[in-house]
Design a protein around this ligand. Sequence first.
Ligand SMILES: [Zn+2]
Length: 71
Amino acid sequence: MNYDNWKLSNPIDDGWGYDMVSNCCGAALDIDAEKCPDCKEYCDPIEDYEYTQRIVDSIAEDRMDEKRLGL
Ligand SMILES: [Zn+2]
């Protein structure tokens, strides 16, 4: 297989490889849904990778707080 065929056979990241989730619970959300299916609160839909990133960021912040407090 030459390079061009290999490249074409790969799944292309076209921006549709993620799901929308609620920003409060990370529950799967329809793009036009206004309420979180989990807690029934109004929420903003965000990309699932963005929600994951927020969790990662908050964990990183927690760790920094622990360092500051000397825990
Ligand atoms: Zn929620």
